[in-house]
Design a protein around this ligand. Structure first.
Ligand SMILES: NC(=O)c1ccc[n+]([C@@H]2O[C@H](COP(=O)([O-])OP(=O)(O)OC[C@H]3O[C@@H](n4cnc5c(N)ncnc54)[C@H](OP(=O)(O)O)[C@@H]3O)[C@@H](O)[C@H]2O)c1
Length: 329
């Protein structure tokens, strides 16, 4: 395996968008201690992947060039490093690759056993590959930060999910509906029926005045907002929140961080909580289990072969995906 090569897409410097991705042949990586070598069947692209290319996460990512982007993959274990006990050659898995290493836009990648879970036959590679970043972010925003119980035992809660047609939003709507939740969602007009079909109780077009103001059609005040769209000022959220309303902001800008601090130090009952994904295998296992049981699905925007991976990249940068963009080697 060590002498063999694989096809991959990589870039050599910051910037340049899809045109800067180069098709290359590079050595197949070797699994180190605790790692698995995966033959990839599907990779999903997240906005963070091209934000890294733009240099928006400098100096953390990437640590070196050339860089093979993307972390969310599904595939088959074809080799294991020392100390791997929970997986064997032939296992089908979903994995979130090390964010400091990337490697997903390729035919093979190494993933840590700590962030890999088994993928049952009911979960396709594409559905599984959609889950790591987007699914975990939706789950953690609702549960850890929003304090929502994802079964029918919790109190009735009013939740707003913005950009409900996107990779994160589509999972957030479906997960919220596992709980005792009234979901209001925003999306573009063309996706209203889809978002309703995912379970949203009320859907508003973000391009209308009501949508821009985030107003619930039934005059509900939100207990929790999972904010997945581009930054919106606190003054827009505030009048729509219940007395203890919380905005879980997965796209916080400097102003949002400032609002979060001010709300905290003034002991405000209404809060803004910037949310950053914490990769956890037990959460990923939970999501894969929900897909297996038919309680969660991955809405797939489009699939591209690796040979056309730059088109998938451009589609994600364009910002109008409905669900997840998948690349298949
Ligand atoms: N904090 C974290 O840990 C974390 C984790 C994951 C993602 N994120 C961030 O969260 C954001 C969303 O990620 P994603 O993967 O869901 O993105 P995405 O899939 O690219 O989202 C695209 C969707 O958003 C819709 N949209 C765009 N602007 C909107 C608006 N103002 N109101 C309502 N809908 C809108 C688009 O609808 P139209 O096509 O109709 O415009 C499109 O369907 C990104 O900025 C990403 O970087 C953060």
């Amino acid at each position: 395996m060590a002498d063999k090569h694989m096809r991959a897409l990589q870039y050599d410097s910051f910037g340049g968008g899809a045109a800067a991705l180069k098709h290359v042949e590079v050595p197949i990586p070797k699994p180190s201690k605790g790692e698995l070598l995966l033959k990839l069947e599907a990779t999903s692209i997240n906005p963070v992947d091209w934000k890294i290319q733009k240099g928006m996460l400098r100096p953390l990512f990437p640590r070196k060039f050339p860089w093979i982007p993307a972390t969310d993959v599904a595939g088959e274990v074809i080799d294991v490093g020392p100390g791997v006990n929970n997986f064997k050659v032939g296992d089908k898995v979903v994995s979130m690759l090390d964010v400091f290493k990337g490697g997903g836009l390729s035919e093979y990648a190494v993933g840590s056993q700590k962030l890999t879970v088994l993928r049952p036959p009911e979960v396709s590679a594409a559905e599984g590959a959609g889950l790591p970043v987007a699914g975990l972010t939706a789950l953690q925003a609702l549960t850890y930060h929003g304090g929502i119980t994802l079964d029918k035992t919790g109190p009735t809660t009013n939740v707003l999910i913005t950009a409900a047609s996107g990779g994160v939003g589509q999972y957030a709507v479906q997960l919220a509906k596992l709980g005792n939740i009234h979901v209001t969602a925003t999306c573009g007009e063309r996706n209203i029926d889809l978002v309703k079909s995912l379970g949203a109780d009320e859907v508003i077009d973000y391009k209308t005045p009501q949508g821009a103001a985030l107003k619930s059609p039934s005059d509900k005040k939100y207990d929790v907002v999972v904010h997945c769209a581009t930054p919106i000022p606190w003054s827009t959220f505030e009048p729509n929140l219940g007395p203890n309303g919380k905005v879980i902001d997965i796209t916080p800008n400097a102003s949002a961080f400032w609002t979060a601090v001010v709300k905290k130090v003034t002991c405000s009952k209404k809060k803004l909580v910037p949310s950053l994904l914490i990769p956890k295998a037990e959460n990923l296992e939970y999501l894969v289990g929900l897909v297996k049981e038919g309680k969660l699905k991955t809405v797939i925007d489009s699939k591209y072969p690796l040979s056309e991976g730059e088109e998938a990249w451009a589609k994600s940068i364009d910002g109008h995906a409905t669900g997840k963009i998948i690349v298949e080697p």
